[in-house]
Write a protein that binds this ligand. Structure first.
Ligand SMILES: Cc1ncc(COP(=O)(O)O)c(C=O)c1O
Length: 397
């Protein structure tokens, strides 16, 4: 019976997407999509796969060449002590990776410690796997990192896993090596799994380095790191991701979910992934450098808003500005206290300013009072959105 799905909401991001389709010439800062196109190496490899008729069924877990390149990348870049290519499975993007992992891992009622705010799709995924997300606040004053004593205090007999996402969506918070060491100790002491969503591993700024928790001593035994080509390679619409699992019993269960949800991932896209890993590493770095410049451009514009309605520090990773809304802000001609400040501002910015953005409330209770804007768009789109923001908010004094 699928009735349990009635209690799992669609994320507000979908509602906003629908609202945006009704807006002419919108600034799409609501979507976590990049303003670049996929690297030539990816497109050439995909064209070649089509020309060579690589259009038939393949292995459920992914084509051998792609898995081999992924293992090399996990060893070299993420320092994951992975012994065998058997650990790796290829997925239809990161969201599908998270789906199959949680469905293969969780028993009904298992609790998963999650960040609040967090990307709402993972919350829904855990719920669809009959799991229970347990919110652990992130604090802006700590660079959007959790208080790890507080996190440990939320462990119960039902806790099965900790979900990590660093760099984080929506806040851009980055966990330090010290944070990860403490989380590793908590996982060992309470016998927990760690699901590490590393979708933004390559989008990290100001000389910070991404550390995968699976690289810490003994942690790969109990960590499932989940990745996507979407953000690093500007391949959001192509749908390609992967994860690695050491435990053979869990791996077998997860593989069943993979098989029953897709049989195999599109062959042409998998060859595109081969092209990306073989020949587009310099492109990933070029994107990162440009994203840092766009972040700085966007925050310079936000600081110039005379009204100060929006404020926040530039994030260390990912590509979102998660900005605090002045609690005293009200839309024009309104003095009422809104039910949700973040939804009220977002509706105003979309309808009157054509600016797509996502209310903080959509990411969890601790997100209320904030708004998320994606700065991975083209410079022209960012400048246009900033001008529109200025026109709307600078009159609010
Ligand atoms: C935190 C996080 N994880 C995973 C994903 C998955 O992305 P995709 O399904 O495009 O690979 C996203 C996409 O926005 C994300 O923000």
């Amino acid at each position: 019976m699928g009735r349990y799905l009635d209690s799992i909401p669609f994320s507000g991001i979908m509602r906003i997407r629908d609202m945006m389709f009704g807006i002419e010439n919108p600034y799409r800062l609501d979507q976590g999509d990049v303003g670049f196109d996929a690297p030539d190496a990816v497109k050439v490899a995909m064209n070649q796969a089509i020309a060579e008729n690589r259009t038939h069924y393949v292995q459920t877990v992914g084509i051998p060449r792609l898995r081999e390149l992924i293992v090399n990348k996990l060893r070299r870049q993420n320092k994951t002590p992975i012994d065998s290519v058997d650990d790796v499975m290829v997925t239809n993007g990161g969201i599908h990776g998270l789906y199959v992992v949680f469905h293969g891992l969780l028993e009904p009622g298992d609790e998963v410690l999650c960040a609040d705010p967090m990307w709402p799709s993972t919350r829904g995924t855990i719920q669809s796997a009959h799991g229970v997300p347990v919110d652990c606040p992130l604090y802006e004053s700590r660079g959007w990192r959790p208080d790890l004593d507080e996190l440990e205090s939320k462990v119960t007999t039902k806790t099965r896993a900790i979900l990590l996402n660093s760099p984080q969506n929506p806040t851009g918070g980055v966990l330090t090596r010290t944070d990860l060491e403490r989380i590793a100790t908590i996982a060992h002491e309470h016998n927990l799994w760690v699901i590490s969503d590393e979708a933004y591993e390559d989008i990290i700024f100001d000389g910070e380095h991404h550390v995968s928790i699976a690289s810490l001593p003994g942690m790969y035994d109990r960590t499932i790191p989940v990745y996507t080509f979407s953000k690093s390679y500007a391949m959001t619409g192509l749908r390609l991701g992967y994860f690695a699992i050491k435990d053979p019993a869990v791996r077998e269960r997860v593989k069943k979910v993979l098989y029953y949800t897709c049989s195999n991932i599109g062959t042409v896209v998998q060859w595109g992934g081969v092209g990306g890993l073989e020949d587009a590493q310099d492109q990933v770095e070029t994107y990162r450098v440009e994203l840092q410049a766009r972040r700085d451009l966007f925050y310079a514009g936000i600081r110039q808003l005379a009204s100060g309605v929006l404020k926040g520090e530039p994030p260390k990773g990912a590509f979102y500005a998660f900005l605090q809304i002045d609690p005293a802000w009200r839309p024009p001609n309104s003095t009422e206290t809104p039910k949700s400040l973040s939804w009220t501002l977002v509706e105003y910015l979309i309808k009157d300013g054509r600016i797509g953005c996502v209310p903080g409330a959509d990411f969890g209770p601790h997100g209320e009072g904030y708004v998320r804007l994606c700065f991975a768009k083209t410079r022209e789109e960012l400048t246009g959105a900033l001008a529109s923001l200025k026109a709307l908010l600078d009159v609010q004094t």
